[in-house]
Design a protein around this ligand. Structure first.
Ligand SMILES: *Cc1c(COP(=O)(O)O)cnc(C)c1O
Length: 383
């Protein structure tokens, strides 16, 4: 993990906007009732934004919980001094149960097997657990038929159940939310069943970003917001649905910008090739700029001959193939471009923007993957 105070920017760096993060957190908080809580998902190094920086700021801006994928991520946050309730969203095994107890992390129990595993490795102090309930995604989850067995194990071992939750399969992939609704109803049945078996659930929760934007009925006691906190919409479909459902007032501001510098400028006559595979040939006298970022930094090879970058507020396209650590851009139409100029790979410069969605389209993926894989080794800097 890198820190806000770190370093002179090197080959490339990631700028993290504190005001954008603040704006997004406040926007989500405002959707909730006073008795409902906000869990900020900071797994995968906060979707590439830096888990410690984001967790600290999110708590300052009113988050109630933090969500990580595995125990070790929670330990790092505890060692950094974060005191919030932390829920581990992924599975845990063996000695991780003891570590979770020591660092006061809350664990997800995603199956009948895992609750048996948990009770046979039972830590000395009680770890609050959240039951992950299967409602149709068929990823992690306890099936409805298994709830009786699970309840017996909970009662006989006096386990501390703090929550129960589920995750929607396609709430951001479509404007038809019938399946998501069926999942919510199945979740409600499961909670009733658990109650009837003598298991009280203080924190039922189901909502990710898309559900939080679209459907207050999915909130229960807690919402788990990831991508929206980083200022990105989960999908175009979610944006369309928000407009049709009258839920589009929320204004999200992207938190991440990814920047580098021109390391070399060269003049190339018309008719010359550029880069590996000779996939680009100049058709005019061309000013090329070399930037020290490539696919090893998460700048996808799919951006070859396709992505725009921004230099001096003007678009400059990648020409030739993106290399492992270098790329070439055409700055012929950028007046005054010179070595040392900042190049925006993701973000805004003047009137121009390169969005995570544009890059995702080129790489045949989603905005989540673009930010999560952006320059893992590069410093993250508050702006
Ligand atoms: C990652 C994750 C989320 C956050 O989803 P977003 O679409 O980024 O808001 C919520 N819940 C669970 C269980 C997750 O794993």
């Amino acid at each position: 993990m890198t820190h806000s105070t770190a370093t002179t920017p090197r080959n490339c760096w990631i700028e993290i906007s504190k005001s954008a993060l603040h704006n997004n957190l406040v926007a989500f908080k405002q959707l909730l009732q006073p008795n409902q809580q906000l869990l900020c998902v900071v797994k995968a190094n906060a979707y590439g934004h830096d888990a410690q920086m984001i967790a600290e700021a999110a708590m300052e801006f009113g988050a109630d919980w933090l969500g990580v994928f595995q125990v070790e991520e929670g330990v790092l946050l505890r060692k950094a001094g974060l005191r919030a309730p932390i829920l581990v969203l992924g599975p845990s095994f063996g000695e991780q149960f003891q570590i979770a107890a020591k660092y006061e992390l809350q664990l997800t129990i995603p199956s009948l097997e895992s609750i048996n595993n948990y009770t046979s490795n039972l830590p000395s102090t009680n770890v609050p657990i959240h039951l992950k309930l299967e409602t149709g995604t068929n990823r992690q989850g306890i099936r409805f038929e298994e709830l009786e067995d699970v309840s017996k194990i909970i009662l006989s071992n006096q386990l501390s159940v703090q929550g129960a939750y589920t995750h929607y399969a396609d709430i951001e992939d479509t404007t038809d939310h019938d399946f998501a609704t069926s999942q919510r109803l199945q979740f409600e049945n499961s909670i009733e069943k658990l109650n009837s078996l003598g298991i009280n659930i203080p924190f039922p929760h189901t909502a990710c970003t898309a559900a939080t934007i679209l459907f207050p009925k999915t909130y229960f006691q807690l919402v788990r917001v990831g991508i929206g906190m980083y200022g990105l919409w989960p999908s175009k479909e979610t944006n369309v649905s928000a407009h049709t459902l009258g839920r589009a007032q929320i204004e999200l501001q992207p938190v991440m910008q990814w920047k580098t510098r021109i390391t070399q400028i060269k003049q190339v006559p018309a008719g010359e090739f550029v880069g590996y595979g000779r996939t680009f040939r100049t058709t005019r006298k061309t000013t090329l700029a070399i930037v020290p970022v490539g696919y090893a930094d998460g700048y996808s090879r799919r951006f070859s001959n396709a992505a725009n970058t921004l230099v001096r507020g003007t678009r400059a396209r990648v020409v030739g193939r993106v290399c492992m650590n270098l790329s070439m851009i055409d700055v012929t139409d950028v007046p005054g471009a010179q070595e040392g100029d900042v190049v925006t790979l993701l973000g805004t410069d003047g009137d121009e923007t390169v969005s995570a969605e544009q890059l995702a389209t080129l790489a045949d993926t989603i905005n989540y993957e673009i930010v999560t894989r952006a320059a893992p080794g590069a410093p993250r800097i508050w702006v």
